[in-house]
Design a protein. Structure first.
Length: 640
């Protein structure tokens, strides 16, 4: 007997399950389906992403729907367009043998009139995002006053996205006697509040330990300098030739920038974020599911609906602000019992975040070093050899063998093998010979490194812009707080000199300051920020007319690598890019591994900041991104 049959599912569902190739129910399905079929009850189910929650509520819901009644009987709310469409498609697959059952997706970014028309034709099940559903209710385009079932999928994420009021309003428009099934990875206070307000004595099931990570996902981190983050990403991709991954960034701006740079460097990559049109997002996801894209660079919100089989890696290019979000990210891989890897690229200041995540997911991270160029070349060489060995021969090639043999006549077997694999090997070895090793960075802090930066401690920064760039202290403060998206009092003790300046933030903002400002393009100049040895004193306001005279010293081992005791000046060595003094001469960087002043001009397709205006936050991304990239001559060899 099929194990799904033992759960009480009817024949039409079992036929669909057989077509889909499902053999054994997952834990959440095994626990939820019998309860929902046998009882008319509310349900709270806590289970991680990728555990089969859609089938857990989808199968019993389809079995309970009256397909002969064309009125709306069930509403499923989900946080994103992608997840909404994914649930709709899965419900349609599950109900393929249920005659007369119709499911309609209702989401933003598509014609509301067409969606309303689909619902009016008869939709027993509506799958919707909260915002669009509320809009349709307000316009009188949908009637959910008589539904029997309401399902909240990924409830915690909907609330994280600010849909609390919409959800409360929508649920208030449904009958009190309906059954509510709430599925969530976590149970924050707002989710518990909704459960208490709209559910009556719900049954509860929990799959795994609350907030724990999946046992099928291994976790590893790589500690690098902030300026090497992108180079580390490329090397990790090269070290995993069969990588099929989602790369997570914090903002839409970073997502687009990283994706474009990967494409420029020869990787099959694409961006997925909220600024893309629905057609663009659908096209990207179609290409990703078809494996035409190996590296999908995405924001957390856009990736919420990604349910793609066989993702090998999740790469945290930047850690999320919320620890629980990491669990959602890592849940994109290691699905359906298969193994996956979650990779984190961090700087030294983020080590404490790794420890915090370990406590939440109850799993340990393995610290690894970025592979060297030689190691990557060896991996690629063996990958090519295995690919050649496993390639099935199409005997149509027999027609061309005489001509091929004539060209290769005189070569020994060993010479032929060498030449064949060198086609791939030469490209990698010539590229990595020019690159420095990134594997030396360790997470342990040595005694020569700066003091540990803790949240609440003031941190003093040196920045290579000043009065010469038309800033006074007030203008620089405004520029910093808007560029960094900080509050009015989060930037303080701003001190502007002729060719450079100093400012303070609390320690909790250090990573953001270093990440966003280093390499930021300001009217063709690269901004460079370093941590000063002097923390700038207390946070108490000061009179900016009484500035300190002279330069401040920065610590040895700081982010800029400047010698301790060397005074800051407008012509300091170690700047991140070319800058001209008043005579127009260019000063070269003395920092090993930094951007040199001889860097080629920006190519037409790269991002550039057109004017000195504060960079906007993720929600306002109509301005071009401000960080420029290395020239095409340093590109990675394109893949065949």
């Amino acid at each position: 007997m099929n194990k799904f049959e033992q759960l009480g599912l009817n024949e039409s569902l079992l036929l669909a399950i057989k077509d889909l190739g499902f053999e054994n129910p997952s834990e959440v399905q095994e626990k939820a389906i019998p309860v929902l079929l046998e009882q008319e009850t509310d349900l709270v189910a806590l289970a991680q992403t990728g555990t089969g929650k859609t089938a857990a509520f989808g199968f019993p819901l389809i079995q309970k729907i009256d397909a002969e009644d064309r009125s709306t009987q069930a509403l499923i709310l989900s946080p994103t367009r992608e997840l909404c469409l994914q649930i709709t498609n899965e419900i349609k697959l599950y109900s393929k043998y249920v005659k007369g059952l119709h499911t309609v997706a209702v989401y933003g970014g598509a014609s509301i009139t067409e969606q309303a028309r689909e619902v009016k034709r008869g939709a027993q099940i509506i799958v919707a995002t909260p915002g669009r559903m509320q809009d349709m209710i307000n316009r009188g385009l949908v009637n959910i006053k008589n539904i029997n079932y309401c399902i909240l999928d990924e409830a915690d994420e909907m609330l994280n996205m600010g849909f609390y009021e919409d959800i409360v309003s929508i649920l208030s428009d449904t009958p009190d006697e309906k059954r509510t099934w709430l599925f969530s990875a976590t149970m924050p206070a707002e989710v518990a509040r909704i459960a208490k307000k709209f559910m009556a004595d719900p049954a509860e099931i929990t799959v795994g330990t609350k907030n724990s990570g999946s046992a099928t996902v291994s976790h590893e981190f790589y500690c690098v300098n902030a300026r090497d983050r992108y180079e580390a990403l490329k090397r990790l991709a090269d070290a995993n030739p069969d990588i099929f991954s989602v790369v997570f960034c914090r903002t839409k701006r970073d997502t687009q920038a990283v994706a474009e740079k990967l494409i420029e460097d020869g990787y099959s990559a694409a961006a997925l974020h909220g600024d893309l049109s629905q057609a663009q997002r659908d096209g990207v996801m179609k290409s990703f599911r078809g494996r035409q894209i190996q590296m999908l660079v995405a924001t957390d919100v856009a990736a919420r609906g990604i349910d793609v089989d066989n993702i090998t890696h999740v790469v945290n290019y930047q850690l999320p602000d919320e620890i629980e979000t990491y669990n959602h990210r890592s849940g994109r891989t290691g699905r359906a019992g298969k193994l996956g890897t979650s990779i984190v690229i961090i700087t030294k200041s983020e080590i404490r975040k790794i420890h915090s995540i370990e406590k939440i997911i109850k799993q340990k991270f393995e610290e690894k070093t970025i592979p060297s160029g030689i190691e990557i070349c060896e991996i690629q060489l063996l990958h090519l050899a295995n690919k050649i060995k496993d390639t099935e021969v199409d005997h149509e090639i027999d027609n061309y063998l005489p001509a091929i043999n004539e060209v290769l006549d005189g070569l020994t077997k060993e010479e032929l093998i060498k030449k064949m694999v060198s086609v791939e090997f030469n490209r990698f070895i010539s590229y990595y010979k020019k690159k420095r090793d990134l594997s030396g960075e360790k997470s342990e802090r040595s005694s020569s490194e700066p003091r540990e930066i803790r949240a609440g401690d003031p941190v003093r920064y040196f920045i290579n812009i000043g009065a010469r760039d038309d800033f006074d202290w007030m203008q620089l403060k405004d520029f910093l707080k808007e560029t960094l998206d900080l509050g009015r009092d989060d930037v303080f003790k701003v001190d502007v000199k002729e060719g450079f300046s100093f400012f303070n933030t609390d320690g909790e903002h250090t990573e953001k300051v270093m990440e966003i400002l280093n390499g930021f393009d300001l009217n063709g100049r690269r901004i460079n920020v370093e941590i000063s040895k002097n923390d700038g004193g207390s946070r108490e306001r000061r009179d900016h007319n009484g500035r300190n005279s002279g330069g401040e010293r920065r610590s040895s081992g700081g982010f800029g690598g400047r010698r301790d005791g060397e005074r800051s000046s407008g012509s300091r060595s170690g700047s991140f890019g070319p800058r001209s003094d008043r005579s127009g001469s260019s000063r070269e960087s003395g920092r090993e591994g930094g951007f040199k002043s001889s860097a080629p001009k920006r190519e037409p397709g790269s991002f550039q900041r057109e004017e000195r205006a504060p960079r906007r936050s993720e929600g306002n991304s109509d301005r071009p991104a401000g960080r420029s990239f290395e020239a095409a001559k340093n590109r990675r060899p394109r893949r065949s």
